[in-house]
Design a protein. Structure first.
Lengths: 106, 122
C-alpha cells in the first residue's frame, strides 16, 4: 500500500494566520490526492479533490497544490471554525489516509 | 439534501458477526459508488471497502478481505457491510460514504454518514 505521511502532526495557530499542512506519498500518485476536515464527534468533510480542486461550498481560503509525491493544503487566513483535524487521502491505488494533522488554537 | 444513516453497530465477541446498513436519500443512489470507512477510537481514518453503483464491482482493504462483504440494494437505496470473524482490531466507528462517481477506481467521498460504532471484545 502507498503510505501517506502528514506534517506536522499537530499545529498551533491564531485566527488570521496562514497555515500550510504537508502530505507526502511513499510513491508518485500523480494528482490523486484529496483533503478532508474532521471536527470532534463529526464525520469528515471533503475540502479539496484531485490535489487542487475546491469542493463546492468550501470557502476559498482553502487551497491545495502539488503532484507526484508532495502536496500541501493551505488555509490563507484561519477562521475560528477551521480548528479541526485534517487528513490527506490518496486515491491512486487502494485508498489510504495520512495520520492526520490536528490544528489547534494558539 | 443528501442523507446517509448507518445502523447495525453494537457489541460483539471475537469471532462474531454483524451486518451494518446505510440508508441513503437525497440523491440517485444507483448512480454513485459507495464505501465504508472506519475510525478506531482516537485514531485516523481507514478505508474498508467500496462498491460500484451497479454493485458489479467491489474492493476491500487487505485486512478485511475474506471476512467482510459489501453489497447494496438499489431498490431500497441501502448499502450493507456483512462482517464475520470479527477481531478486536475491527473495533471502530464505521462510516458509509458516497463517492463522487459511479465507479470504484479512485474513491473520493463528498458525503458521509454519522457512523455506527462496532465494538469487538470478550
Amino acid at each position: 500500500d502507498i503510505q501517506m505521511t502528514q506534517s506536522p502532526s499537530s499545529l498551533s495557530a491564531s485566527v488570521g494566520d496562514r497555515v500550510t499542512i504537508t502530505c507526502r506519498a511513499s510513491q508518485s500518485i500523480s494528482s490523486y490526492l484529496n483533503w478532508y476536515q474532521q471536527k470532534p464527534g463529526k464525520a469528515p468533510k471533503l475540502l479539496i479533490y484531485a490535489a487542487s480542486s475546491l469542493q463546492s461550498g468550501v470557502p476559498s481560503r482553502f487551497s491545495g497544490s502539488g503532484s507526484g509525491t508532495d502536496f500541501t493544503l493551505t488555509i490563507s487566513s484561519l477562521q475560528p471554525e477551521d480548528f479541526a483535524t485534517y487528513y490527506c487521502q490518496q486515491t491512486y491505488s487502494t485508498p489510504t489516509f495520512g495520520q492526520g494533522t490536528r490544528l489547534e488554537i494558539k | 439534501e443528501v442523507q446517509l444513516l448507518e445502523s447495525g453497530g453494537g457489541f460483539v465477541q471475537p469471532g462474531g458477526s454483524l451486518r451494518l446498513s446505510c440508508a441513503a436519500s437525497g440523491f440517485t443512489f444507483s448512480s454513485y459508488a459507495m464505501s465504508w470507512v472506519r475510525q478506531a477510537p482516537g485514531k485516523g481514518l481507514e478505508w474498508v471497502s467500496a462498491i460500484s453503483g451497479t454493485g458489479g464491482s467491489t474492493s476491500y482493504t487487505d485486512s478485511v478481505r475474506g471476512r467482510f462483504a459489501i453489497s447494496r440494494d438499489n431498490s431500497k437505496n441501502t448499502l450493507y457491510l456483512q462482517m464475520t470473524s470479527l477481531r478486536a482490531e475491527d473495533t471502530a466507528l464505521y462510516y458509509c460514504a458516497k463517492d463522487i462517481v459511479v465507479t470504484i477506481g479512485a474513491p473520493t467521498f463528498d458525503y458521509w454518514g454519522q457512523g455506527t460504532l462496532v465494538t469487538v471484545s470478550s
